[in-house]
Write a protein that binds this ligand. Structure first.
Ligand SMILES: *[C@@H]1O[C@H](CO)[C@@H](O)[C@H](O)[C@H]1NC(C)=O
Ligand SMILES: *[C@@H]1O[C@H](CO)[C@@H](O)[C@H](O)[C@H]1NC(C)=O
Length: 381
């Protein structure tokens, strides 16, 4: 008696804690992955910017003031990526430690309670009253502990519910700083804004530089004297790149005949000439292989930077955090709240069942002894 209820409670508790552990781990993995993706993208942007500093043809290259700006952004991004990485790893480790301890505690509770149920059942069947009393004292201590654990889990359940609500509220009003900053911090606005501005500036300047080379060097028929502008270029004119930005960094529409940065390298291949040892074209063509390589690299960098444009804009308004929270709220919160509820209900059931059993065992053991005495008394008389 009472033991069945304890067993049922233990089964709910055990199943609940397993599912709770899995869903918290999934949530954690998801948030960590979002953070790692962001760091990965930030590092890609860094790589592209670093490449852009080395691009240049003869007297054409990025202005040196821009190289300093790139260095500054480089440092800001590195710092942001490192701090995001540090906080993510710290949080991940802390949360995993807590989860593992909670899991262990709950499994131990379920196991000890099952053992208690078995012992209590056996002892009261055999009427070993003294042992039953010892078990009862032990049982009370355990019940107090499980009730406390139950209260903790009820609180955890409520905190999870509140956090899920807070995420939803944060998504509606993302600029409000809350405790959620500890879960997944936004990149600070200054860094994001500066990075976005510099990537746009680099894109604009690189395309501008390439177009200047095309218009002022490659497409000019060579002057009679030898020099930078004369490398015996000839043949059809090289098409210019489409600059995706105006000088004021607003979006610009491409004109007809302008090349997209993503396929420019492919198209320019047709305009490359063979060169002598002195870098002079020996057949028809307007681009030396060196020029082609540098121009392709510039187009590649611009293409890479525009690819990361939306990502960088997302960093600025913190939408990567918002996306994460929307997904957590939608995909993870229902499970988290449901299974934390299972755990505290399991704990409550086990506690109540053990309490009930304790009373029953005492009564039963006392009655058996009483019956023994009555039998003895009847035999004597
Ligand atoms: C210059 O290019 C033409 C082809 O356009 C070629 O016939 C000529 O040999 C080249 N001159 C030199 C010095 O290589
Ligand atoms: C273009 O850039 C990517 C990185 O964005 C790099 O992996 C690739 O090698 C570059 N290609 C050329 C031709 O420079």
């Amino acid at each position: 008696m009472g033991s069945e209820q304890i067993c049922i409670g233990c089964v709910i508790l055990y199943t609940g804690q397993g599912k709770f552990h899995d869903s918290t781990r999934d949530t954690l993995d998801f948030v960590v992955k979002q953070s790692k993706d962001t760091i990965y993208n930030l590092n890609n942007v860094l790589d592209i910017l670093a490449t852009s500093k080395g691009i240049g043809v003869d007297q054409f290259s990025l202005p040196s003031s821009m190289k300093n700006n790139i260095d500054r952004v480089d440092e800001m991004i590195s710092r942001a990526a490192k701090s995001l990485d540090f906080e993510t790893q710290n949080n991940e480790k802390d949360i995993k430690d807590v989860l593992n301890s909670v899991r262990l505690a709950l499994i131990i509770v379920a196991a000890v309670m099952l053992l208690l149920a078995l012992l209590g059942f056996l002892l009261s069947i055999f009427g070993l009253q003294v042992l039953v009393y010892i078990l009862v004292v032990l049982g009370w201590i355990l019940v107090t502990a499980t009730f406390t654990l139950c209260a903790i889990f009820l609180t955890l359940h409520n905190v999870m519910g509140d956090t899920c609500v807070a995420m939803d509220e944060w998504v509606q009003n993302p600029m409000a700083h809350t405790a959620l900053d500890d879960i997944l911090p936004c990149i600070d606005n200054a860094t994001a804004q500066e990075t976005l501005f510099q990537t746009k500036d680099v894109t604009f300047q690189l395309v501008d530089m390439v177009n200047k080379i095309i218009k002022n060097v490659a497409n000019i028929d060579p002057p009679p004297f030898p020099g930078v502008l004369n490398y015996n270029q000839s043949g059809p004119l090289v098409p210019v790149l489409c600059n995706p930005l105006n000088a004021d960094k607003t979006d610009r529409k491409c004109h007809v005949g302008e090349l997209d940065v993503s396929n420019a390298a492919q198209v320019w291949k047709a305009y490359v000439c063979q060169v002598s040892a002195k870098d002079i074209c020996t057949n028809v063509g307007r681009l030396t292989p060196t020029m082609y390589d540098q121009m392709s690299a510039a187009a590649n960098v611009s293409s890479g930077l525009s690819h990361y444009g939306p990502f960088l804009a997302g960093l600025m308004d913190c939408s990567f955090v918002r996306v994460t929270f929307v997904r957590v709220h939608k995909d993870h919160c229902p499970k988290l709240t449901k299974y934390s509820k299972w755990v505290y209900i399991g704990l409550a059931m086990v506690s109540a069942a053990v309490m009930l059993s304790l009373v029953l065992w005492v009564l039963y053991a006392r009655e058996r002894r009483h019956r023994k005495y009555t039998k003895l008394a009847v035999a004597v008389s």
